[in-house]
Design a protein around this ligand. Structure first.
Ligand code: PGA
Length: 250
C-alpha cells in the first residue's frame, strides 16, 4: 500500500512553551523510525518555538485550528498564513471539541479547510459520531454528512492534500477505544465515500487516521488494520515515552 503512515500528537490546551519545546525535543531524540510521518500539534503560542526546535528533525508541526480570513479585525483568531509562517505544515479542522464547545459546523469546517489549502497547509479533517449516534445506527450518516459538508466543491487535486481523522466522539479522552473491527469498518466506509465522491485513486491515496484513546497498549492492533493509516493521539501524546511507544507499535 502506498499510503505513508502518520502518528500525530494533538497536545490540545496543555503545556507551556517551555514544556512543549522540551517534549518535542524528547520525541525527536527518541524517534527510531523513518518509515512514517510524525506530527506534533502544540498550542498556538508554542507552535513557532517547537517548529524552530525541530528544524533539523523529521518531526513535523501542525496547528490545532485556523480562522478562514487571512487577516483583519478578527480579535483572537489565527490565520493560515500566520500558521504557515510559524512553521506549521498541517492543521486540524473540525476536531470534535471544536464542534462541541466552539460552535463548529459543516459550513465553518468547509471555510477553514479551504483557507488551509489556500495557505499551503495540509488539513486534517476530523469526523466521528457520538455514542447516541452510534447506538442509534447513525454512524455512517453522520460521518457522511461531515465529509460532504467539509469537502463540498473540492477538486480531486485539492483532496490529495487532505488527511481524514476518524475520531468517534465517545472514544476521545474516555479510555474507551473503538474495537479494531469498528475502526476498520468506519475507515473503509470513509474510503468508499471518497472513492465515489472523487475517484478510486484519490480514495486509495488518502490517509485516514484513527483517534480516540489510542495508547501504546492498543496501538498495534488498531494501526495494523488495513484501512487504518495512522493515529491522532491526544492524552498519550503528552508523554514522550507513551507517544514513542505508539510510534514503535505502528
Ligand atoms: P485522546 O484524544 O487520545 O485523548 O482520546 C484524541 C483526540 O482528541 O485527537
Amino acid at each position: 500500500m502506498s499510503r505513508r503512515p502518520m502518528i500525530a500528537g494533538n497536545w490540545k490546551l496543555n503545556l507551556t512553551v517551555e514544556e512543549a519545546v522540551s517534549l518535542a525535543g524528547e520525541i525527536a531524540s527518541g524517534l527510531m523510525r523513518d518509515d512514517l510521518d510524525v506530527l506534533v500539534i502544540p498550542g498556538f503560542l508554542a507552535l513557532e518555538p517547537v517548529a524552530l526546535s525541530l528544524s533539523s528533525s523529521p518531526v513535523l508541526v501542525g496547528g490545532q485550528n485556523l480562522f478562514w480570513q487571512e487577516q483583519g479585525a478578527y480579535t483572537g483568531e489565527v490565520s493560515g498564513p500566520q500558521l504557515k509562517a510559524a512553521g506549521a505544515r498541517y492543521v486540524l479542522v473540525g476536531h470534535s471539541e471544536r464542534r462541541q464547545y466552539f460552535g463548529e459546523t459543516e459550513k465553518t469546517c468547509r471555510l477553514r479547510l479551504e483557507a488551509a489549502l489556500k495557505a499551503g497547509l495540509r488539513p486534517i479533517l476530523c469526523v466521528g459520531e457520538t455514542r447516541d449516534e452510534r447506538e442509534s445506527g447513525q454512524t455512517e450518516g453522520v460521518v457522511e454528512s461531515q465529509l460532504a459538508g467539509a469537502l463540498a466543491g473540492l477538486s480531486a487535486g485539492e483532496m490529495a492534500e487532505v488527511t481524514i481523522a476518524y475520531e468517534p466522539v465517545w472514544a476521545i479522552g474516555t479510555g474507551l477505544t473503538a474495537s479494531e473491527e469498528q475502526a476498520n469498518q468506519a475507515h473503509a466506509y470513509i474510503r468508499g465515500w471518497i472513492g465515489s465522491r472523487f475517484d478510486k485513486l484519490v480514495a486509495n491515496s488518502t490517509g485516514i487516521l484513527y483517534g480516540g484513546s489510542v495508547k501504546s497498549a492498543n496501538a498495534a492492533g488498531l494501526l495494523h488494520q488495513p484501512e487504518v493509516d495512522g493515529a491522532l493521539v491526544g492524552g498519550a501524546s503528552l508523554s514522550a515515552e507513551s507517544f514513542l511507544g505508539i510510534i514503535q507499535a505502528a
